[in-house]
Design a protein around this ligand. Structure first.
Ligand code: TRP
Ligand code: MN
Length: 446
């Protein structure tokens, strides 16, 4: 049986660029469709298995990276910095959760952005909005903002280079558990952070020394499985990178292991949901406060009719002020419909505020949303399966608060994001310690 991968073309697709030259788009599509896959279908299946474990509470998902990757920002230093931050968080979370952490980078493909307005006006000049490096350029000039399909090819090649480095780092010794833990110790020493985090780091230290003492020196301590994911926004790109897996004869979107559908493109009768329903990757859907139980269940029926373990992840992004009131009904309704998705908390996108012209987020709001997420699942007896955060390995000043002490007047010092404000290295680690404490508390009463 062959699956028709082009049924989405007949449906309405939100957030697609208006490419000026359709002939050029066709040429790029054809070029992309013969390039090698970035990931293998069997890896996507392995991730699906890990996500199935997370849905049952036998693993915990850490997904993180830039809001928007850029071509210029895809340097060895930046990639290493993000990976290092994610690994450092993963050690702490693994200790807190006492189950494996499933590591999914928001990396090697996160180059396209949905926008609330198609046009942007500055000082009386109106130009098309920036839609990510996959589409146009951030610079506010008429030439920069014209969508250029050649950028899709550059997205592919930049993703390939990024993934190549990640594969080398995660398999070649960089991700060694002891080394990552030493980074955490160095971090705590340098930042004079609270005794609470220090105590947990000491516990981890003791656990690692115990492992050495008993000779538990398995290969798995020196390497990690690391997966990639991005928003499947640009359907021409995702379609061109979809291949039939020779093992199973079924289609996989080989641009990443995991792809998700954004809050703005999750229309049940829309092109994104239709496209995603046809590929076999594990899928995410972002759910905001406007979601009804019926929406969530209908999305699951369409995207996961077989109720395949690990297939579907619901990434909730309610905002700190709404999660405690809004999330319970959705989680309950989905559970009562017999579904077992992975519930992941995105505590970033519902907490964006404006401070003196800068888009920012308060660390305290981010943590409050994660706390609310754990409370809701605790009350319902369901599983808080993971977190999804926007972060960077650098000491940027884009989010305020936390022990980093970034304040509103500091925002201008190092505000570098191409899109939304990211947690910096310190804020990311602090989040990991706090989430690890929540996981530890949860374990002590389940
Ligand atoms: N391979 C194991 C895992 O991924 C242990 C491990 C090795 C690890 N290096 C790590 C865990 C770095 C977290 C971070 O869980
Ligand atoms: Mn974002």
């Amino acid at each position: 049986m062959t699956v028709d991968l082009d049924t989405w073309r007949a449906l309405s697709a939100q957030q697609q660029p208006e490419w000026p030259d359709p002939v050029a788009v066709t040429a790029v599509r054809e070029a992309l469709s013969v390039l090698p896959p970035l990931v293998f279908a069997a890896e996507c299946d392995a991730l699906k298995g890990r996500l199935a474990a997370a849905a049952r509470g036998e693993a915990f998902v850490l997904q993180g990276g830039d809001c928007a990757e850029t071509f210029a920002g895809s340097t060895a230093d930046n990639i290493r910095g993000k990976l290092k931050t994610l690994l450092q968080m993963a050690v702490v979370l693994t200790y807190g959760a006492s189950v494996p952490v499933v590591k999914v980078g928001r990396l090697a493909g996160q180059f396209a952005k949905p926008r609330s307005a198609g046009m942007e006006t500055r000082d009386g000049v109106t130009l098309p909005s920036y839609r990510g490096d996959a589409v146009n350029d951030l610079a506010f000039t008429p030439e920069s903002r014209i969508p250029d399909p050649q950028r899709l090819l550059r997205m592919y090649h930049t993703s390939a280079a990024t993934l190549n480095l990640i594969r080398a780092f995660t398999q070649g010794g960089f991700a060694d558990l002891r080394q990552v833990h030493e980074w955490n110790r160095g971090f705590l020493a340098a930042n004079g952070t609270t005794a609470r985090y220090e105590a947990m780091a000491n516990d981890i230290d003791r656990a690692i020394r115990f492992l050495s003492a008993v000779g538990a020196d398995s290969e798995s301590l020196h390497r990690v499985d690391f997966y990639t994911g991005h928003e499947a926004l640009l359907l021409e790109y995702e379609r061109a990178l979809t291949r039939i897996d020779s093992r199973t004869g079924t289609p996989y979107d080989v641009s990443a292991h995991f792809v998700w559908i954004g809050e703005r493109t999750r229309q049940l009768d829309g092109a994104h949901v239709e496209f995603a329903s046809r590929v076999r990757n594990p899928l995410g859907v972002k759910l905001g406060p406007s979601t009804s139980v019926a929406d969530a269940v209908a999305l699951a029926d369409k995207l996961d009719p077989e109720r395949e373990p690990g297939r579907l992840t619901f990434i909730t992004r309610f905002g700190a002020g709404r999660i405690r009131d809004g999330l319970p009904a959705i989680v309950e309704g989905v559970r009562d419909a017999g579904l077992l998705p992975v519930w992941v908390c995105d505590p970033m996108h519902g907490n964006t505020i404006d401070a003196g012209g800068y888009k920012t987020r308060r660390f305290e709001d981010v943590m409050d949303e994660v706390t609310g997420f754990f409370e809701v699942h605790e009350a319902l007896g369901t599983v808080p399966g993971g977190v999804h955060v926007e972060l960077t390995g650098d000491d940027v000043t884009e989010c305020i608060g936390g022990s980093s002490g970034v304040t509103e007047p500091d925002l201008k010092l190092r505000y570098e994001t191409a899109c939304d404000p990211r947690l910096n290295h310190q804020q990311s680690l602090e989040l990991a310690f706090l989430v690890a404490e929540m996981l530890q508390r949860r374990r002590s009463h389940v």
